[in-house]
Design a protein around this ligand. Structure first.
Ligand code: ADP
Ligand code: MG
Length: 731
């Protein structure tokens, strides 16, 4: 009997919620206290330094060493007063998560061996050289010249975790190539700012800057720590590779927005205290659709900052969960048969004059600007739908897309009935009807005003990968464990390039004698026609949509390693290089890393699955089979003839079934190991990843199918692994 499993279940049920007390009645009392924010800067920096730093942050002016030195002094004083003894450059390598290496502030005052002091200079703040040879670079940085540099990103404030001052940085190679996810995002944000500002100035010359915003919604699962510890698959791969569906899971739809279990509520409260200290404006918390699935979302913010906050929150969540006896799962599909976890990326653009470019606006001229940005976004998403899909694709996310309530692995845009009607009307109008130049020489839409509040704001389409939701687009295909910068870098770059083309086309028409309003209108009209294929308001989960999407020429590829190729297509190379975001060399290097990561993920899962099958499942099956054989033998000793046959028939049938299932599992494991041995010899990362996808992955289904069937027939007492019904219902 599996005493370990029963003990873990018993303990899990006995656990009580941890009592958590807020540091203060008012959140605003402790909000941002661990962050080197505006308030801290005003206190610890001189007026001149603050002004210079603001110019670096807001105007992109270069950071000179003199300013960096001044900032370092103030930052160190602030940090040490709050108990920091160390500092670190925090960066986002091409692996999952973030990386950091802590250094103490101490240095000798004079000669070595004499007294020490806390020291921190502008040089240390601005640049570091971590021993970074073991971070993936896709071949850019061969180990003999393994130099990588981290460089301070002053646009994202430093913060203190425990005793360490954490400085957000980018990570680049000695030769200047990006080795991380942050540097391309910053370049993409810069590109979209430039391109969008130029377009905005056609409507309002006062606009000097356009900011991209991100509001993420983080979904996650919690499982009891004790149960987690008895599931090697959860521990090593983040998901269950085996496990029959629970008789009850999400079919009653009673979890979504239900009362949060007390233990989870205590975790959420504790998590919020922690996050508020870092100025992460968490706003929403609730139960999600699947049992044990939850969500939290902050108020949206500037894209780069909001992404850093998400990365920080993911690491805080994991730590706080452990304090409450939980393990937090960020995997996109921890449990088969129920919803997976995503991280919807709510994205919009806004001007420094306070106008949301996807907000229909109060005035008619804002309406035209709105339509311009909307239609250009549709064009960008249409042109680069394959690339956008590549930006969110991973081995884990592939398990979620197209299954139980996730967007399909096809990128399309949802607009809703009202907006669709407006675009239809524009498409069928003449420029004279559609656009009016008023007495103040301002352009605006002549057709019916766009209502301020959209009906579709409430009537959402949850099956679309890229849905317009009233004042923003919601990119729903992003995975829960993802660094949003992959998706955000691609989206902002694609929109930047599109807006640049748009402006050039308008200018060309004006140069050829057209009026500005006619030029804008004619181009918008042509875009509405050209981007039709991406616009789909129907059910994205349906099989008909897959057929229809293929007919429309949208990317329908489902093989993950193949999907990554969209990054190096001629159109994508042109896109990234023309916008100055990534070079062709960087794009190729990144794909090498993606393929390698994919292979490793499947390889690890295959090993864990093989071990579980051989060390847990087959022995359990054999033991139960032997128990049944013993029973049959005893029956036949006591009874004879027809009676004996009748009484032992059920056991005999089970003995046969168990034998067959065990054989199927063993054969599949052996074949899978053989296949792995062969494909591991493949040199090319791309071909190896394809082989893992085509040849290794299919064994998972055979092994799981037979194991899950065994789980249904084997004596519950013998089953060593906690079952879904035990893992999934926190009390
Ligand atoms: P829902 O689950 O209904 O989609 P949530 O309230 O959970 O909505 O999350 C919506 C997210 O979108 C929040 O982070 C919110 O701040 C963000 N958001 C709202 N308006 C914008 C906007 N204009 N640009 C970017 N994000 C936005
Ligand atoms: Mg949402």
């Amino acid at each position: 009997m599996s005493s370990l499993r029963f003990k873990a279940v018993e303990e899990a049920f006995k656990k009580k919620a941890l009592c958590v007390t807020a540091p203060s009645k008012f959140t605003s009392d402790y909000y941002g206290k661990s962050l080197f924010n505006k308030v801290a800067m005003e206190k610890y920096l001189s007026k001149d330094t603050l002004k210079a730093l603001k110019n670096v942050i807001n105007k992109g002016e270069t950071l000179n060493l003199a300013i960096a030195n001044q900032v370092a002094v103030g930052m160190k004083l602030w940090a040490t007063e709050l108990g920091a003894t160390h500092y670190t450059h925090w960066f986002q390598p091409l692996t999952d998560g973030t990386a950091e290496k802590h250094d103490s502030f101490i240095d000798y005052v004079g000669a070595p061996g004499e007294t020490i002091m806390e020291d921190f200079s502008g040089k240390l703040l601005a640049q570091q050289e971590p021993d970074a040879s073991s971070f993936p670079s896709g071949g850019i940085r061969s180990t003999f010249e393994a130099r990588g540099y981290t460089a301070w990103d002053p646009t994202s404030p430093a913060f203190i975790v425990d005793d360490c001052l954490v400085i957000p940085t980018i990570f680049i190679s000695y030769t200047g190539e990006s080795l991380d996810l942050k540097a391309p995002l910053l370049k993409a944000l810069n590109a979209v700012d430039k391109a969008a500002t130029a377009v905005c100035q056609m409507f309002d010359p006062n606009v000097k800057k356009v900011i991209a915003y991100l509001g993420w919604e983080q979904e996650y699962f919690l499982v009891d720590e004790g149960l987690y510890a008895t599931r090697p698959d959860l521990m090593l791969t983040g998901r269950t590779l085996l496990g029959h569906e629970s008789a009850k899971n999400q079919q009653m739809e009673d979890h979504y927005f239900g009362a949060v279990p007390t233990r989870v509520a205590a975790f959420m409260k504790d998590l919020e205290f922690e996050a508020y200290k870092y100025g992460i404006p968490l706003k929403t918390r609730h139960n999600e659709v699947a049992p044990n699935q939850f969500e939290l979302a902050p108020i949206y913010g500037e894209c780069n900052l909001s992404n850093d906050q998400n990365l920080l929150v993911m690491s805080i969540m994991k730590k706080v969960a452990r304090r409450h006896g939980f393990r937090l799962l960020l995997h996109e599909k921890p449990f088969a048969g129920i919803n997976g976890s995503g991280k919807h990326n709510n994205w919009s653009l806004g001007t420094d004059t306070g106008v949301g470019l996807f907000t229909p606006g109060k005035t008619p001229e804002e309406n035209l600007q709105f339509v311009t940005f909307l239609v250009n976004t549709l064009m960008a998403v249409h042109k680069h739908n394959a690339l956008l899909k590549a930006s969110i694709m991973t081995a884990q996310n592939a398990l979620r897309l197209g299954a139980n309530e996730a967007p399909p692995a096809i990128v399309s845009a949802f607009l809703g009935t009202q907006l669709s009607a407006i675009l239809d009307k524009l498409e069928n109008s003449t420029s004279e009807e559609a656009i009016i130049l008023d007495a103040k020489k301002k352009l605006h839409l002549g057709i019916a005003r766009i209502p301020e509040v959209f009906l579709d704001n409430t009537d959402r389409n949850r099956t679309s990968a890229f849905a317009f939701t009233g004042n923003r687009f919601e990119f729903r295909a992003v995975g829960s464990s993802a660094n949003c910068s992959s998706a955000m870098a691609v989206l902002n770059t694609a929109v930047a390039a599109q807006l640049t083309d748009f402006k050039a086309e308008v200018d060309a028409k004006i140069a050829a004698g057209s009026t500005k309003e006619k030029a804008i209108f004619d181009i918008i009209k042509s875009y509405i026609k050209a981007s039709k294929a991406i616009h789909f308001d129907g059910n994205g989960y349906s099989d008909e949509w897959k057929v229809e999407a293929a007919k429309r020429g949208l990317d329908c590829e489902t093989c993950v390693p193949e999907i990554f190729k969209a990054y190096t297509s001629p159109e994508s190379v042109k896109l990234f290089t023309s916008m100055g975001v990534l070079t062709e060399k960087e794009l190729h290097a990144r794909n090498e890393v993606k393929w390698e990561t994919y292979t490793k993920k499947i390889q690890i899962e295959a090993r864990v699955l093989g071990d579980l099958a051989v060390n847990h499942i087959i022995p359990i099956g054999t033991r139960y089979q032997s128990f049944l054989l013993d029973n049959v033998w005893k029956i036949k000793n006591v009874f004879s003839g027809e009676k004996a046959e009748k009484l032992s028939a059920l056991d005999t049938a089970l003995i046969v079934e168990i034998g067959e299932r065990i054989a199927a599992i063993k054969n599949a494991v052996d074949d899978m190991i053989d296949t792995r041995r062969q494909v591991n010899k493949i040199e090319s990362e791309y071909e190896k990843a394809i082989a893992y996808h085509d040849k290794v992955l299919p064994y998972f289904d055979i092994i799981r199918y037979n194991t899950d069937k065994l789980e249904l027939i084997v004596d519950d007492e013998m089953w060593t692994l906690p079952k879904y019904r035990e893992l999934l219902f926190i009390r």
